[in-house]
Design a protein. Sequence first.
Length: 116
Amino acid sequence: MTPGLDTVFAALADPTRRAILQMLLEDDMAVTDVAEPFEMSLAAISKHLAILGRAGLISQEKRGRLKWCKLEPDALRPASVWMQGFGLFEPVNLDAFEAFLEHQFRDIAADDGAAG
């Protein structure tokens, strides 16, 4: 594996970081909004965001007084290509994958709303 793949797979290994990526599928988010659903400090979330940033999975920019996070889905492409090399995986259509995840999150949100 190349160091880039190592970095991407290491970033994806953590469930908090995967949850952050799922949240960013919806839209860009301020760091404080990313941190809101997690029971950890803003400093801990910032460390997770730094790891995702080093892997190229997100980018961050300052907008006014807030730092915003944006998903960079193309960073998953090398990992997808590497996995496809085993012949066990179908080619990943990132647009279709994003649409699938958005549909899943809408269903989860609807179920949570009905339960509450």
